[in-house]
Ligand binder design. Sequence first.
Ligand SMILES: *Cc1c(COP(=O)(O)O)cnc(C)c1O
Length: 246
Amino acid sequence: MRLVTHYAAKSNQITYKYMHRISDTLSEVKNRIRAAASASGRNENEITLLGAAKKQPAEKIADAYASGISHIGENYLQEAIAKQEQLKELAITWHFIGPIQSNKTRALASHFAWVHSVDRFKIAERLSQHRPPGLNPLNICIQVNIDKEAAKSGADLADVDELLDKIKDLPNLYVRGLMIIPRPRETVAEQRDIFKSTSVLMMQLNQRHALNMDTLSMGMSNDLEAAIAEGATIVRIGTALFGKRQ
Ligand SMILES: *Cc1c(COP(=O)(O)O)cnc(C)c1O
């Protein structure tokens, strides 16, 4: 962040504003990823930095893209489609990471390369049905409600096996792995526990279902180090990259 002075031409007023520079915050985030990867003996190239851009303007996404971020996550369909239209010249890979209503599956299946928040069979089935012919299968993650929170999206832990069993044969989906949004925790040790259990869960699911899921979508601005230590392959970073949301 740096303090810049704007001279408003018309009024001759001077306004001060903290201007957010993606190139600065991006190098901070990348340093954190690199340090966390090296601390756990991982290659930083195994970890995709997904810019979580909800409630951020298209200009910031364009800046991030110019600085090397090509994976962008969005939570709200209408907002995402508007930004995709503004940024259609850029080779961005779009990920949907928000809660899914079943009447939105057609639009999701055609506007995104990835959907991280699949948590019930009906949604998966519709995404597969609605994936336009000619596009690659839609990459999906199963969102697991890992903390068993009553009001949260995500499949119940007890239902994941059955869900995966049904989803894995859908023709136009490519089941890549698991996504979680854990509740905040006080310590890194506690953060690591929940990420570790997710990692172990994916290994067990791979064995039980003879799959090769390779994606753990976990870790946000406040806990990316713990997530990387436990095997995250996609970290979804909003505030630390784009600043406060509008
Ligand atoms: C907003 C959001 C993020 C990013 O959160 P920050 O704490 O701002 O990094 C990541 N994942 C999901 C699903 C989100 O909704």
